[in-house]
Design a protein around this ligand. Structure first.
Ligand code: SF4
Ligand code: SF4
Length: 111
């Protein structure tokens, strides 16, 4: 099976790794991935609106409460995938993420 392949300016082939998922339980909502992504892949959303993240209350209280780090129970945000199909597989989000939230994979080329 042939995979989606890119070519550098110098003519070398490489295999892009596309974003597949974000571990939202580990995400601290820092926004670094959003800032580095050259495409329209991400959306920062309210943690309370994401099903299954209610159990993060302890995490918020203990590590990112509303003291001097800017995070609070009321405003805690988490990154989500708005349009994964817009990803070009550059890998920048994975490199910048301080919590290693991302899973990337090479994808088969369409026939
Ligand atoms: S791999 Fe690149 S294009 Fe894809 S989501 Fe991450 S930063 Fe955006
Ligand atoms: S860089 Fe990582 S921790 Fe920060 S918002 Fe993106 S996924 Fe979350």
């Amino acid at each position: 099976m042939s995979m989606i392949t890119g070519v550098t300016r110098g003519g070398e082939a490489y295999t892009p790794a596309f974003v597949m998922s974000i571990d939202q339980a580990s995400c601290i909502g820092c926004g670094r991935c959003f800032k580095v992504c050259p495409r329209d892949v991400f959306d920062l959303v309210d943690r309370d609106d994401v099903e299954g993240l209610e159990a993060m209350d302890d995490y918020d209280d203990d590590d990112y409460g509303d003291d001097d780090d800017g995070f609070s129970d009321d405003t805690a945000m988490v990154m989500s995938l708005k349009d994964a199909l817009d990803c070009i597989g550059c890998g920048s989000c994975a490199r910048i993420c301080p919590k290693k939230c991302f899973t990337h994979e090479a994808m088969p080329a369409q026939a």
